[in-house]
Design a protein around this ligand. Structure first.
Ligand SMILES: Cc1cc2nc3c(=O)[nH]c(=O)nc-3n(C[C@H](O)[C@H](O)[C@H](O)COP(=O)(O)O)c2cc1C
Length: 382
């Protein structure tokens, strides 16, 4: 382990009170990231391990294109697809469905599988070759009851031997780097969590993403970052931390507090997808292509302006890549999460929800941003 990065004892303070100077933040630099040692499909290596999360209905090609437009020039990271049912994939035209469409050059994709059946996983993996994945993820975190009743998602964490079988079988079926995105589990038992993570490693997982909340908490309360540090110390494989990132300094704070090998951002990327640019800037990386000579948006007014630009870019991508009837539901979902950081965002989201097509929604958005708007750094996240 790199001696530059001190892993702290489990934190007793709130995740966000840890005082960190910018010197410390820069020092973290993810230099010791174990992810950098993995070679992904398409020959990909990761040197900027700020990972874009799987989000059902959101982590589609249009949103990924917006995120990509904010990646520092020349960096390489990983972007997840939304969860993909192994019951559906075998009969789908992968690469053509809304959930599996890709843009040219997307060689860093991690499709996330939802399922547990070996033959369906095998057929799904065959189908996914059409989009040339960089790696494969198994979902062991989804907490919703209709997933649990099939023994998918976080339900798999309730039966360590069954989960082991699923990972071993998948390991045999693909040469690609294999990851598992997991929660704390069904109960708050850190020893079980560590045993589970070690089992994943022995069963052939190449890396783990940990969202340290139990199933019953869904996304309520605070993620317990101290569990990320515990799991990272207990295994040899890379551990990506996830949970409650809102601002760019949170990314670096999580890395310093837990020693994690990467940080996954979900909800906050719907509000400030330029968080990837902000983190890069803190790490003294270049701005995104096309933004040379610019600083990342930082003030409430700069972020408010950028949100309007990002929404317009998102709408352009929806128009270009989705059928008319597929566009508005995706815009609504994007705004349902992202508006929480935007002053008067609820007003905007409500007005867009009343529209019947994307052109009408674009007019609402243009009118809203005709006057300058501001964004706040944090929300209650509930
Ligand atoms: C709308 C939405 C959909 C999600 N869908 C998935 C999913 O398909 N697969 C998954 O593993 N996690 C899913 N998640 C969980 C996120 O990937 C992430 O673990 C969680 O939101 C915590 O990260 P955050 O605090 O950065 O939002 C979803 C979250 C949201 C808000």
């Amino acid at each position: 382990m790199n001696s530059d990065v001190q892993i702290q004892e489990p934190v007793s303070y709130s995740n966000f009170e840890a005082p960190l100077s910018h010197f410390e933040l820069r020092r973290s630099h993810f230099r010791s990231s174990r992810l950098a040692h993995l070679t992904f499909g398409n020959g990909k290596r990761v040197d900027f391990p700020i990972v874009f999360a799987p989000m059902a209905g959101l982590s589609h090609v249009a949103f990924r294109q917006v995120v990509r437009s904010y990646l520092p020039a020349g960096v390489s990271t990983l972007l997840f697809t939304e969860m993909l049912s192994t019951r559906l994939l075998p009969d789908e035209d992968v690469g053509q469905t809304p959930q599996t469409q890709v843009a040219p050059g997307e060689e860093d994709l991690i499709p996330q599988l939802l399922g547990n059946d070996e033959s369906l996983i095998e057929k799904s993996l065959e189908k996914l070759q059409a989009i040339r994945p960089a790696g494969i993820d198994i979902n062991m975190g989804c907490p919703v009851s209709k997933v649990l009743k099939h023994n998918w998602g976080v339900a798999l964490m309730g039966d360590i031997r069954y989960a082991e079988k699923v990972v071993r079988q998948t390991r045999r079926l693909t040469p690609l780097p294999l990851s598992v995105k997991m929660r704390t589990g069904l109960t708050d038992d850190p020893e079980y969590l560590v045993d589970f993570a070690r089992m994943l490693q022995e069963a052939g997982a190449d890396w783990i993403t940990l969202h340290p909340r139990i199933q019953a908490h869904h996304r309520k309360g605070s993620a317990n970052w101290s569990y990320i540090a515990r799991v990272r110390e207990a295994v040899r494989i890379p551990v990506v931390g996830n949970g409650d990132i809102q601002e760019s300094d949170d990314v670096l704070r999580m890395q310093v507090a837990t020693g994690c090998d990467g940080v996954m951002v979900a909800r906050a990327s719907t509000a400030r997808p330029w968080i990837f640019w902000q983190v890069g800037e803190s790490l003294e990386l270049p701005p995104p292509p096309g933004r040379e000579g610019e600083q990342s948006p930082r003030t409430p007014a700069e972020e408010g302006r950028e949100y309007g630009l990002a929404l317009n870019h998102f709408c352009d991508e929806l128009e270009q890549r989705f059928l008319p009837e597929q566009q508005l539901p995706r815009l609504r979902l994007f705004l349902a999460w992202g508006h929480k950081w935007l002053f008067f965002g609820h007003y905007l989201s409500t007005r867009v929800n009343r529209c019947t097509d994307l052109p009408a929604a674009r007019r609402v958005i243009d009118a809203f941003f005709a006057e300058s708007k501001t964004m706040q750094p944090r929300t209650s996240l509930q």
